[in-house]
Design a protein around this ligand. Structure first.
Ligand code: UFG
Length: 328
């Protein structure tokens, strides 16, 4: 039985769908701060509550035979973390501390958790490998890095094995078009671009055109949500089999500029998608591209969505299906 913390969120819900497809029994914990009831899988058992609540976690672990935890429950916006750093320390770091203590009390020894490219800060190499220096430039990345370090010491002392997955730019939606990305407010590039053909905004803003990149706009490595969900399942299997803690980057290893993403979205949607140049967004590194060789080699991970057009197509299917998101 697998406990998914944050199983009603964007990445959590897609992982729950994949787990249930593979016959796993799933328990979801979510406080619905950013998750959606519409994203819940009907076959998963829900506990509505907060991971910072010790008694609540004791009930969840006490009532179920949980073998591994997949932990997504966190705040994850760079800009928001700059404005409200303590919220990130509270929910991300303290929340994970309470969760780890509960796992330790109940003898649960395996956890897979969401980390981020933001732990690296300005990259020293492209593509980025897991051993590169980690110097986060914002509290979001800083809390995720602190979580990784807490896991390391909990492993040493309590034998809790962890796999930390450092995601690059996650995008796209489930093939059914029934679940997908729905943030409020939305800050991510692909859903914002697609709001133009949906008639919700008149143009997309390009945050800075004077970066040191081929066309002057920021370059990112986009990875499909289903490929990401698969990596979590492979990580649980690896913990079950090898019982070794590890850290893996997850990206496609290819970079696309903001302008290229807009052009690709024009070709997918057949809409002209007007764009305007605006100021740089504070804290944006010029270029982030992952090396995922370690995940491919050690987890046997093989992303299926390697074309950005296909990633955008799957996001477009979801947004057309549910233009108002889950609350519609
Ligand atoms: N961008 C625009 N216009 C927009 C929105 C975004 O030009 O309206 C640009 C951004 O400046 C950036 C790129 O598009 O260069 C991608 O931006 P996103 O907000 O979609 O994603 P980020 O790269 O900022 O964030 C991602 C994850 C974070 C993670 C971060 C690590 O979503 O969780 O990478 O740097 F922390």
């Amino acid at each position: 039985m697998i406990l998914v913390c944050g199983g009603a969120g964007y990445i959590g819900s897609h992982t729950v769908y994949e787990l249930i497809d593979r016959g796993e029994e799933v328990i979801i914990v979510d406080n619905f701060q950013t998750g959606h009831r519409g994203a819940l899988h009907p076959k998963a058992k829900l506990y509505d509550g907060d991971i910072r609540d010790k008694d609540f976690l004791d009930k969840v672990f006490g009532e179920n035979n949980i073998d591994a935890v997949i932990h997504f429950a966190a705040n994850s916006l760079v800009g928001d973390s700059m404005e409200s750093p303590l919220k990130y320390y509270d929910n991300n770091l303290y929340g994970t501390l309470v969760l780890l203590k509960a796992m330790n009390r109940h003898g649960v020894k395996k956890i897979v958790f969401s980390s981020t490219a933001a732990v690296y800060g300005e990259p020293e190499n492209i593509p980025i490998v897991e051993t590169d220096k980690t110097e986060p430039t914002n509290p979001y990345g800083e809390t995720k890095l602190a979580m990784e370090k807490m896991f390391k010491w909990a492993d040493t002392a309590h034998d809790i094995k962890y796999i930390s997955l450092r995601y690059f730019n996650v995008a796209g939606a489930h093939e059914s078009g029934e679940i997908g990305e729905d943030h409020n407010p939305e800050t991510h590039l692909i859903p914002l671009i697609l709001q133009v053909p949906l008639g919700k905004r008149d143009f997309i803003s390009i945050f800075g055109e004077n970066y040191d990149t081929t066309d002057g706009t920021c370059i990112r490595d986009y990875i499909h949500i289903t490929d990401l969900a698969d990596a979590h399942i492979l990580a649980v299997e690896k913990l079950r089999k090898d019982k070794i803690s590890s850290i893996y980057n997850l990206g496609n290893g290819e970079g696309f500029s903001v302008k290229e993403m807009i052009e690709a979205s024009r070709s997918v949607t057949g809409h002209p998608i007007p764009a305007r140049i605006s100021e740089r967004r504070p804290g944006d590194p010029a270029k982030l591209i992952a090396s995922s060789e370690r995940a491919k080699k050690e987890l046997g991970w093989k992303p299926k969505f390697t074309s950005v057009e296909d990633i955008i197509k799957s996001a477009w299917k979801w947004h057309q299906n549910k233009p108002k998101g889950f609350e519609a």
